[in-house]
Design a protein around this ligand. Structure first.
Ligand SMILES: C[S@@+](CC[C@H](N)C(=O)[O-])C[C@H]1O[C@@H](n2cnc3c(N)ncnc32)[C@H](O)[C@@H]1O
Length: 219
């Protein structure tokens, strides 16, 4: 059961009662998504690129996706977005987040109208973007594709420790190209060691409001 909750920057998030955690920071869903995934991830990874492939872990409400599509559209960057989601939300619940106010109507409409289909197969969302949301757990996900950028947006280690185990991190690392970038809102010694063991260089960056630090790693 998920309920809509207001966060400190005025944007909504969902509270998942089974896991006991919000989908985003309660200090601000929108500002966290922009800070961690768009500013530290997408902007950094596209400085010299006109096309990017992103693998997200945990599609949830699609907030990271719509902000990424907006950024890529404004900067003429082709976007190939794959987002693994074990427990997809309904389009009706996603619409209740009111995230439509953060992107142009064309982006929101093409996202929400194609969402159900993207859960089944890769779907064109615009001239700039394809979206695919494999309805599967991360551990069962397999592909030959390798991605330029990973958004690791799993629930926290306190609530879903298996998403942060050495085995899970090693598994997700197989999907990143050499030179590819991994970003997440969390940073722990264990995560840093797991990424280093898989050939990554670690950067500690200032976290989104409410968190001191976040992690960016380069393969
Ligand atoms: C922190 S939320 C993601 C928030 C999302 N990026 C957004 O912008 O709304 C974590 C997501 O991971 C999903 N999830 C939980 N266990 C999973 C698993 N084993 N494999 C893939 N996704 C999982 C949850 O259903 C949830 O949507």
């Amino acid at each position: 059961m998920n309920t809509i909750t207001l966060t400190a920057d005025g944007s909504n998030t969902l509270y998942n009662e089974t896991i006991g955690e919000h989908y985003h920071s309660k200090h601000g869903a929108l500002q966290e998504s922009k800070h961690v995934f768009i500013d530290a991830g997408l902007k950094f990874a596209t400085t010299d690129k006109s096309a990017i492939s992103i693998l997200e872990v945990g599609f949830g409400t699609g907030l990271n996706f719509i902000l990424s599509l907006d950024y890529c559209t404004n900067n003429a960057i082709k976007l190939d977005y794959t987002s693994i989601e074990a427990f997809p939300l309904t389009a009706e619940l996603i619409a209740q987040t009111a995230y439509n106010q953060y992107v142009p109507a064309t982006i929101w409409d093409s996202f929400i109208n194609n969402y159900d289909q993207a859960l089944k197969q890769k779907q064109p969302i615009s001239d700039y973007c394809n979206l695919e949301i494999p309805h599967i757990t991360l551990s069962a996900f397999a592909t030959k594709e390798q991605f330029d950028l990973i958004y690791y947006d799993a629930f926290s280690v306190q609530h879903q420790p298996e998403m942060w185990s050495d085995e899970t991190i090693a598994h997700v690392c197989t999907f990143i190209k050499p030179g590819g970038v991994f970003v997440t809102y969390a940073i722990t010694g264990k995560l840093k060691r797991a990424l280093k063991a898989n050939g990554f260089t670690i950067e500690k960056l200032p976290g989104a409001p409410g968190k001191r630090e976040m992690l960016r790693a380069i393969k």
